[in-house]
Write a protein that binds this ligand. Structure first.
Ligand code: SF4
Length: 323
């Protein structure tokens, strides 16, 4: 049976509070508004980042295409080149191909992260060989002024398009940077947004827990769950640490790699909660106790802390509250 991270948080506060929450839902208006705001901003960042990547791709495409077409136009303006340059281009092209074969050989021999680097070099090198061969062929054609003019005009239009897209990208990047740094480091990416109702629930068969972290960010190879709280606390509370640890366990099972920490954010303070064995054990112990309580059909207060009862959102429904 799956136990939710939200229920684990309530249980860690007081088992009876969790029990009463099944009958008496207490919804904090400030909390709902805060989560709605987080959801909207994260979705806007995701949408704009997607658009930026799209514009970047086309900026690169138009710039490279414009350069190739412009040089092709020039080649057709001056016509056939001397034999020396023809051979020069053919030799260069062969050398580049040789270079590509070397990277292909290295890429097949090496393992680990170096493989990806050699593959990238292979791609660049092959592109170089193709471009040189292309120009070698072009320069052997006789001059053609009208095609040359057409190529130069086309190149000019593509350069203008590339510039327009580039400035649009810069403008959008400026717009989202301010919003993004509020939620994640600049080099990070938003991997998942669970703050909204449609957010997919994550389930862990390994730990028997489920839940929706407010969002998950990806920094390098790590996936970090983030829990946003609308309260204005200056240090992490025990139930919130349990909840964040449960999210770390979900992330570990979902992505196959344990996060180094989870993030707990209050209104004016933010904490990295290390993903540690001691918290993990507590999450699993609470889960076991909850299942036993469900089987028994009852649970009780497990503390003598009046302040806790005083701050409890379900005190008005509680038969065991301390006055
Ligand atoms: S009032 Fe006290 S005993 Fe009752 S649920 Fe809340 S914390 Fe637990």
């Amino acid at each position: 049976m799956f136990v939710s991270a939200g229920d684990l948080e309530k249980y860690a506060y007081c088992p009876l509070s969790w029990w009463l929450s099944k009958k008496h839902k207490v919804v904090s208006k400030a909390g709902v508004a805060h989560h709605k705001n987080v959801e909207n901003e994260l979705k806007e960042i995701q949408k704009k980042e997607k658009k930026i990547k799209f514009y970047e791709k086309y900026t690169l495409f138009f710039s490279v295409s414009a350069s190739i077409v412009a040089i092709a136009g020039l080649a057709l303006l001056y016509g056939e080149m001397e034999n020396f340059w023809k051979y020069f281009f053919i030799v260069m092209s062969l050398l580049w191909l040789l270079n590509s074969s070397f990277f292909l050989y290295r890429a097949s021999k090496v393992e680990s992260i170096l493989k990806a680097r050699y593959e990238k070099l292979l791609l660049i090198s092959s592109m170089g060989a193709i471009i040189i061969a292309f120009f070698a062929i072009l320069f052997s054609y006789p001059a053609n002024a009208s095609i040359s003019r057409f190529a130069e005009i086309l190149a000019l239009i593509w350069v203008i398009l590339a510039n327009l897209l580039f400035y649009r990208t810069l403008y959008m990047a400026d717009e989202i940077i301010a919003k993004k740094i509020k939620y994640i480091p600049l080099k990070g990416e938003i991997e998942y947004v669970g703050a909204d109702k449609e957010g997919k629930e994550i389930k862990s068969d390994k730990y028997g827990i489920r839940g929706k972290p407010d969002y998950i960010i990806k920094i390098d190879d790590d996936y970090i769950p983030v829990e946003e709280k609308s309260s204005d606390l200056m240090s992490p509370t025990f139930p919130h640490v349990i909840q964040v640890t449960a999210y770390c366990m979900l992330v570990e099972d979902e992505y196959g790699i344990a996060p180094p920490y989870g993030i707990l954010k209050y209104k004016n303070a933010e904490f990295k909660i290390p993903y540690e064995e001691r918290w993990k054990k507590l999450v699993l112990q609470f889960r076991e106790k909850m299942l036993k309580d469900i089987e028994k059909g009852e649970t009780h207060r497990n503390h003598n802390n009046k302040r806790k009862c005083n701050n409890c959102v379900r005190k008005e429904y509680c038969p065991e509250r301390l006055l």
